[in-house]
Design a protein around this ligand. Structure first.
Ligand code: TRP
Length: 338
């Protein structure tokens, strides 16, 4: 049996979103909306595995609205595509429990992101952080989603989702009940790096705010950060070979190409031999032109939190319409009386 194509993805409402999230993820989501039915979730249940959200209800609520606003401001159309927060669809948690019983400790112990996040003190990490990838599998499979746009760092979690789907299908004797969800690796061409260090990913957890362009920055802040972005003393290269060992130059050219929807080679040719100062001015103007409307729309949406909450509620109702029948069948297959 083949499963109907359906896209599901999500972002955690922790801290603020930045240019990397926009170019690496949101822009692709918006495009995918025109190709397949999609669901976009704000994963508030995942967020409480982090210090940024755990025990900080107001901050979590604020960040959840902000992420929802970013999806919509970037071009996700909530009339077509359900935008919702995970916490309003209890089927995620319910399926996640069953998947906790499907997944093996040996599989979980291989998860590299848990090892990174828990650091030296595994015994002090929450159990939630450990089973985070199981909840992610439930997010996807509760809708029988087939395509999952994610960054490179989430590939291993997607593999776990596939293993869980297969073992469930096998152990409960329903071949093809759950699909094997495919990662759609987004942002491979547009890995946006820190403005302070071209070898590190632009990240919401990096200390210096100058390292990233937040989707809440105004035009002046954007221009200032680009002006102050780290560069090297050479002029811009005339070919991509000239980018070798010049991570900052490469990053700024990549950002330009992604924002302008141009080929990187084209951009290199356009600025070949020029000084950074002039290029940075053009990049700042382009960034403001492309990101400015998104940030302005985000601010407009956030000024009316009740409206965002209504959008999330309606998105959750539409998401549940898909998840409820799947869960009914899961309960029946598992043997729960209902
Ligand atoms: N773990 C993902 C990340 O940090 C977020 C996420 C949670 C997700 N559930 C998901 C992504 C389901 C795609 C599908 O990026």
């Amino acid at each position: 049996m083949t499963h109907k194509p359906l896209v599901l993805s999500g972002m955690q409402p922790t801290n603020t979103l930045h240019l990397g999230n926009y170019l690496g993820a949101l822009k692709n989501w918006v495009r995918m909306q025109n190709e397949m039915p999609c669901l976009f979730c704000v994963v508030d249940m995942h967020a409480i595995t982090t210090d940024a959200a755990y025990g900080k209800p107001e901050e979590l609520t604020r960040a959840t609205r902000e992420v929802a606003a970013a999806y919509i401001a970037a071009g996700v159309d909530p009339a077509r595509t359900p935008v919702f927060n995970q916490g309003q669809v209890p089927e995620h948690a319910e399926l996640s429990w069953i998947f906790n019983c499907v997944a093996r400790l040996g599989w979980m112990d291989r998860m590299t992101q848990f090892k990174e996040k828990s650091g030296k003190h595994k015994e002090r990490s929450s159990v939630g952080l450990y089973t985070y990838p199981v909840l992610m599998a439930a997010d996807i499979l509760v809708y029988k989603a087939t395509h999952v746009p994610v960054g490179e760092d989430q590939k291993q979690h997607l593999e776990l989702s596939r293993d869980i789907a297969q073992k469930f299908n096998n152990d409960f004797g329903v071949p093809d009940f759950f699909p094997q969800p495919e990662p759609v690796i987004t942002g491979a061409a547009t890995r946006v790096m820190s403005l302070r260090d071209g070898t590190k990913k632009m990240s919401k957890s990096e200390e210096s705010d100058l390292s990233r362009i937040n989707l809440t920055d105004d035009a002046e802040a954007i221009a200032n950060k680009i002006r102050r972005a780290k560069t090297d003393p050479l002029p811009l290269p005339d070919s991509k070979d000239g980018l070798k060992d010049r991570p900052e130059a490469e990053n700024l050219l990549n950002i330009y190409a992604a924002l302008a929807d141009q080929d990187r080679d084209q951009v290199i040719a356009e600025f070949a031999g020029q000084q950074f100062s002039g290029f940075k001015q053009k990049l700042a103007d382009l960034t403001v032109a492309k990101i400015g409307p998104v940030t302005a729309e985000m601010r407009r949406l956030l000024a009316d939190p009740a409206e965002i909450d209504r959008t999330l509620k309606s998105g959750a109702a539409r998401a549940r319409a898909i998840a409820v029948p799947v869960m009914e069948e899961v309960r029946r297959r598992v043997g729960f009386i209902q």
